[in-house]
Design a protein around this ligand. Structure first.
Ligand code: DLL
Length: 432
């Protein structure tokens, strides 16, 4: 019994979607050519003019954009509209160098909020719901995007922002929040706090919309079980607007990409070659409706797989798998590729909570990998030898998943700092 926010778009025929994409791509390329000298120069370098792009089939000819381009063009170099037409910026938390600043016209904000509204309705949201938005507000896109989507659906919106767990739980119980939007790691922390305070019976939540960071299926099941909700994934990035680029429906087998606004490609991150459907590779987005910050062939660095298998929810837009990692988050330890998500899967399979940290170092010219993980509270009283046995079991499980030795350190519950936004999972001391 699927619900849609914009049924005629969400369930449009594939032919219709392609027709929209063809028409909008041609217009977008012309818009960029006319208004974004930085990208026009890239096209000229390849000997391209807008006439070379007649349809989606020509997309592969266009040059890529990367985060480095965004930094180089900072702050106004990729603007597609005069500043006087822009009404908003959002920005990334950016760990190094310049931040990414994305610009929006009112029209851009409007379409972005529609995308977030689609996600909320797909999670069962209606005007009768109370939607608690516990993503950060401000420069981060999570709070503002979901806030706008929640308004559009007509939910009573609780603009909590992230953090202040006591206040979150007070509003959640007093105002009977039915939908919670936050990072999955904060959702896990909220669940933990709810149980500790004996509030479980006062919680009316039915759904959670969690994204902005990687989370495993195991973590989904844990959160669903402890909060008694259905947990939906949502994906997006500041560069392409924010949350709502893709979102999950009740099937929970991947996220529908809003293809009336974005064309998705999967490429080989090493060669840039476009890969056939079903291949695992780097996700690339072309925005086809953006006015202020139109990005053509933007390399996300997120590794995933696309699928056009028919979805039981009736939506026809392509689905992306959960990102399996980032091409830049992939650790290379002793020459072996290690994704944090692989480690998380092992930990959760072995019954550990998602509170862990991965520490990579280089000692005597040799890489070391250490996984610090919190013991579940019920095991904390175990004897030293029992703890050691558990560590050995984890070392073996990690070895069979990763193919290399990882030292395991079981630590007391609540030792690893909780995050209110995106969790910090990796400490790579080799870069220091
Ligand atoms: O995290 C936008 C967002 C806010 C998405 C709220 C969902 C909910 P950035 O801070 O620019 O934007 O980070 C974008 O976060 O390239 C992915 O690597 C990662 N990411 C976002 N959603 C997911 C997800 C927001 N559902 C980067 N699963 C992206 C895994 C995700 N990773």
């Amino acid at each position: 019994m699927a619900n849609y926010y914009q049924p005629e778009i969400e369930t449009a025929s594939r032919e219709q979607i392609l027709a929209w994409q063809n028409e909008r791509l041609v217009k977008q390329v012309q818009h960029v050519w006319d208004n974004v000298p930085y990208y026009r120069a890239k096209m000229e370098e390849k000997g391209l003019t807008p006439a070379d792009i007649q349809s989606v089939a020509d997309l592969h000819k266009l040059p890529f954009l990367t985060k480095d381009d965004l930094r180089e063009a900072y702050p106004y170099g990729l603007l597609g509209k005069p500043l006087s037409d822009c009404v908003r910026i959002q920005s990334t938390s950016g760990t190094t160098g310049k931040r990414v600043v994305a610009f929006y016209t009112q029209h851009d904000v409007d379409l972005w909020e529609d995308c977030c509204a689609r996600a909320i309705v797909a999670a069962g949201g209606t005007k009768d719901d109370v939607c608690q938005v516990a993503y950060g507000y401000g420069l981060f896109t999570g709070g503002p995007g979901m806030n706008g989507g929640s308004h559009k659906v007509g939910c009573l919106t609780l603009p909590m922002s992230s953090g202040n767990t006591d206040r979150q739980l007070q509003f959640m119980t007093d105002l009977g929040a039915t939908i919670i939007c936050c990072t999955p790691s904060y959702a896990a922390y909220l669940a933990e706090s709810i149980h500790e305070r004996g509030l479980r019976d006062l919680i009316k939540l039915k759904a959670g919309i969690f994204g902005a960071e990687a989370w495993s299926e195991k973590m989904r099941h844990e959160i669903e079980k402890s909060l008694g909700i259905k947990a939906y994934d949502i994906y997006g990035l500041t560069e392409t607007s924010g949350p709502g680029v893709a979102y999950e429906c009740e099937e929970q087998t991947g996220m529908h990409i809003n293809e009336d606004h974005f064309i998705a490609e999967i490429i080989d991150p090493k060669t840039g070659e476009v890969l056939p459907e079903g291949s695992k590779g780097e996700l690339v987005f072309t925005s086809i409706t953006k006015e202020a910050f139109p990005l053509l062939r933007y390399r996300t660095k997120d590794i995933c797989v696309l699928s056009r298998k028919k979805c039981s929810c009736g939506r026809t837009h392509v689905k992306m798998s959960k990102p399996m990692g980032r091409s830049d988050d992939m650790l290379i330890v002793k020459g072996v590729n290690v994704f944090p998500s692989q480690i998380e899967t092992v930990l959760m399979e072995q019954g550990y909570p998602a509170n862990y940290q991965i520490v990579v170092d280089r000692i005597n010219h040799s890489d070391t990998l250490e996984v610090m993980v919190e013991m579940p509270a019920e095991h904390f009283s175990d004897s030293l030898s029992e703890v050691h046995e558990k560590e050995v079991a984890l070392v073996n499980a990690l070895k069979s998943m990763l193919g290399i030795y990882a030292k395991v350190r079981l630590v007391a519950p609540k030792t690893i700092a909780r995050s209110e936004g995106k969790a910090v999972r990796i400490i790579d001391k080799r870069n220091i």
